[in-house]
Design a protein around this ligand. Structure first.
Ligand code: NAD
Length: 492
């Protein structure tokens, strides 16, 4: 049986003082590894190691461009070790192999390269002064930061935390989801191979309620960057107040794709399907609400149905597969429950709606048919609550004003997508929608250079883009007198 353990000072521990948790392949339901988790004593050791590494001369003497150089080497190593990373992620998440090879490995490398290039471009401002002083602002790292990850994109998420944290000069402790620890551990090992000093990237394994709690409450962890559910994000924010820690929270979403009658319907249907069903709908920026102008609703349904018939769901090892299983059993159960709720609420099932039964090795996996619900009303539970599974709720609207009202009616505000050939309308919609990112006549483009700043209950702070780098920097200001004219006290 494979063993996976926490990483301290560049070494993977093969014993740990916390629980032992099984890691399961969601496509097959089979146990693939035993995971040694951290109790609070182990978390203390990890934080001490990170703190010592952060204060070491080796790290403190490294220039920003030196940090960038190490990150460039890390990106090269991600590509060089793509085969192993793909295999681990395939086993751990059941993601289709083509998506991993052609999507997640290149995206991971490009996120790291983006922040490698940005490491020596962190700049403050110099203010003009007539008081015999230089007045300037600057940025500093926080010290030891914690990156807490969800299970949906383990490898991409680890890069999204580690690369900007290190580019800004911090040390980071990663806590992956207990459901998907494998690539975080491998990533930390590649950091050592890239020449990143030992202890700068450590990994604490374990459940949120034990390992996560110890980490966020530790006084030497100065910043928390969390990606996960809104409920846990709220808990972390409340807890962080005790020690006045800075937090970055990337949380849930209930995003809408809005299709107007004048749109390129074929392309809009592709976008709706990719967005709703990639990664079996387990993606924070997925559009799980489909708002269609009523005059084209029936036509759009038939285009969607035809396209869904050609969507290949099944064995993640097959190059042609586009949709895999639910990554966790809990999420599988929740998604089936929501389909039942939809039927009880009076929705119709346009397509899908059932668990999938495979023979052979996939028989015990967590499979759900890509599902489109029609006749959904904007205030139903399936249209307002995050499901995080392959379920798309189709809602009709009359005009632009109604589309905006429905789209903005949920508590979340992460992403949105608008499809129309009317340029003025596309700008009006961009201004009116309360979401952090809006794609017009495109979908999910712009990574890693465009930030995704969550609105409303989708979080606070920002990830990706240059703004995502600044989230790992503390601001400082200084006023330095250069002659005797400098005042003591205000000079207004
Ligand atoms: P989750 O909130 O259950 O867990 C996320 C992480 O937090 C896990 O590592 C978990 O162990 C940890 N955790 C749980 N309780 C904790 C505690 N008390 N203290 C510290 N850590 C704790 O989320 P999940 O089920 O892993 O992921 C799905 C959710 O993540 C969805 O809501 C999805 O929308 C969201 N998500 C958001 C984004 C984004 O960028 N906005 C991206 C991906 C996923």
């Amino acid at each position: 049986m494979n063993i996976v353990g926490p990483v301290i000072d560049g070494k993977q521990l093969e014993i740990a003082s916390g629980d032992i948790v099984e890691v399961i392949n969601p496509a097959t339901g089979k146990v693939i590894a035993q995971q040694y988790c951290c109790d609070s004593e182990c978390v203390d050791k990890i934080v001490s190691s990170s703190k010592a590494a952060y204060h070491s001369e080796e790290w403190q003497n490294l220039s920003p461009s030196g940090r960038g150089y190490l990150l460039m080497k890390l990106a090269d190593l991600i590509e060089a070790h793509a085969g192993k990373l793909v295999d681990l992620e395939l086993q751990d998440t059941g993601k289709p192999i083509s998506q991993l090879k052609n999507g997640e490995i290149p995206l991971t490398a490009s996120i790291i390269r983006f922040y490698a290039g940005a490491a020596d471009k962190i700049e403050g401002r110099v203010k003009s002064s007539s008081t015999g002083t230089f007045q300037f602002t600057m940025y500093e790292p926080y010290g030891v930061v914690a990156g807490i990850l969800p299970w949906n994109y383990p490898l991409v998420n680890v890069a999204m935390k580690v690369a900007p944290a290190l580019a800004a000069g911090n040390a980071i402790i990663i806590k992956p989801s207990v459901d998907t620890p494998l690539t975080s551990v491998e990533f930390a090992k590649l950091c050592i191979e890239a020449g990143i000093p030992k202890g700068i990237v450590n990994v604490a394994l374990g459940k949120g309620s034990s390992t996560g709690e110890s980490l966020i409450g530790h006084p030497d962890v100065k910043k928390i960057s969390f990606t996960g559910s809104t409920a846990i994000g709220q808990h972390i924010q409340r807890k962080a107040v005790d020690q006045m820690k800075s937090v970055n929270l990337e949380l849930g979403g209930k995003n809408a794709i809005i299709v107007f009658a004048d749109a390129d319907l074929d392309k809009a249907a592709d976008a709706a399907i990719i967005s709703a069903f990639v990664n079996a709908g387990q993606l924070c920026v997925s559009c799980s609400r489909l708002l269609v102008q009523d005059s084209i609703a029936e036509e759009f349904k038939s285009i969607l149905k035809e396209k869904l018939d050609n969507l290949s769901v099944g064995n993640p090892n097959d190059e042609g597969t586009l949709v895999g299983p639910m990554i966790t059993k809990a999420q599988y159960d929740i998604t089936l429950e929501y389909i039942k709720i939809a039927i009880d609420e009076g929705c119709n099932i346009l397509t899908g709606g059932k668990k999938m039964n495979f023979a052979d090795s996939l028989a015990d996996g967590w499979w759900i048919e890509p599902t489109i619900l029609s006749d959904v009303k904007a205030d139903m539970r399936v249209a307002t609550e995050e499901i995080f599974g392959p379920v798309l709720s189709m809602i009709s609207f009359k005009d632009e004003a109604e589309a905006v009202t429905i789209s903005n009616s949920v508590i979340y505000g992460l992403s949105g997508s608008v499809w129309t050939k009317d340029g003025s309308r596309s700008m009006r919609m961009t201004k009116s929608l309360n979401t952090g990112i809006i794609w017009v006549n495109c979908m999910m483009d712009g990574y890693p250079q465009i930030p995704v700043p969550p609105h409303k209950m989708s979080g606070t702070g920002v990830e990706l883009g240059v703004e995502g780098l600044m989230a790992y920097c503390k601001q400082k200001s200084a006023v330095v007198a250069y002659d005797d004219k400098a005042p003591v006290g205000w000079n207004l």
